[in-house]
Design a protein around this ligand. Structure first.
Ligand code: NDP
Length: 281
């Protein structure tokens, strides 16, 4: 049986640290403030936004929600972003994705001040990550690194395989592993011999979005397997990209739920503190 990496417990520890920092900033007269923009009434977005607001409240971060109607125009949305860029009491801005189809998410991300871009999606922040000189890291890959660090798993010199190459997870994930001197392979839907490549991995990160994608025969015995996927199984329950039977082969495994998921919000809180501190200077 693999050792379970308890994302819930590690996220709780990060949130406690964030709370101490938020209290310290508040004592200095600067309560960290996060603005959350949500357009339309997508039920999944509503759940995510509510979770973020609740986490902020628990961590001593002031959050403000900007719930805009589904027919908001691009100009109206950009005007809200501009207003938030200018506000001194708002240190982090995030726009919950996906946006309704008539809106251009790239333009919205580009309009958010890179200094307040707590999702680290702005091209300026992505570039900083590439060169290894960054302020913010995207929350999910940063959360994975935090899980590894706090489990004393070093990746230096190891073969790490990331399945998935999205801008939000796969690509930055690979970059963070590379910055810590891993040898990194990125796999995607056009990869040939994917199973064979995965079997070489000392650390295998699955960010595909397909339930049960990683099967035991794809895993090297004793490997660290990080499951980023959030899917609904045939039974309607939440499940990851990793087949539960991988438990018999892996050395370490992040469960779903309770692995990477809780870390994503914890890292958002951490980024909001970082933003507040850097804007204070
Ligand atoms: P995307 O759909 O943007 O990317 C999925 C990636 O998987 C793509 O690069 C795609 O390849 C690759 N892929 C799809 N099918 C295959 C296949 N058959 N073989 C190999 N590669 C394949 O998803 P995200 O990166 O945004 O998210 C990935 C998963 O992580 C989802 O389940 C999502 O819900 C979850 N997630 C979890 C978070 C958390 O907090 N735990 C946060 C963010 C996401 P290609 O590029 O070639 O199409």
């Amino acid at each position: 049986m693999a050792i379970k990496i308890d994302g819930k417990a590690i996220a709780a520890a990060v949130r406690q640290e964030v709370r101490a920092e938020a209290e310290e900033l508040t004592r200095q007269g600067m309560t960290p403030g996060l603005a959350v923009i949500v357009v339309g009434d997508d039920p999944a977005s509503r759940v995510y936004v509510n979770n973020k607001k609740k986490a902020c409240a628990e961590a001593g971060i002031r959050s403000e929600e900007f719930a805009l109607p589904a027919d908001t125009t691009q100009e109206q949305l950009l005007a809200v972003v501009e207003e938030l860029n200018a506000r001194e009491d708002i240190h982090g801005i995030l726009c919950q994705l996906p946006l309704p189809k008539h809106l251009d998410d790239k333009a919205v991300i580009a309009a958010i001040s890179p200094k307040k871009d707590v999702d680290a999606f702005h091209a300026a922040n992505v570039g900083q990550i590439l060169i290894g000189d960054y302020t913010f890291l995207p929350c999910t890959p940063a959360g994975v690194m935090e899980l590894l660090h706090r489990t004393d798993i070093a990746v230096e010199g190891k073969q790490c395989v990331v399945i998935g190459r999205s801008n939000i997870v796969g690509k930055p994930m690979a970059m963070l592993l590379l910055h810590e001197n891993a040898t990194v392979t990125i796999c995607h839907s056009r990869t040939k011999n994917l199973e064979e490549i995965c079997r070489q991995a000392d650390v295998l990160v699955a960010a595909v979005g397909r339930a049960g994608f990683v099967t035991p025969d794809m895993v090297k015995p004793g490997a660290v397997v990080v499951d980023v996927g959030i899917n609904r199984g045939a039974d309607g329950k939440l499940c990851g990209d990793v087949d539960p039977a991988v438990d018999e082969v892996a050395g370490y495994l992040t469960p779903v739920p309770g692995g990477v998921g809780p870390m994503t919000i914890a890292m958002l809180l951490k980024n909001t503190i970082t933003a507040a501190r850097s804007l204070m200077k």
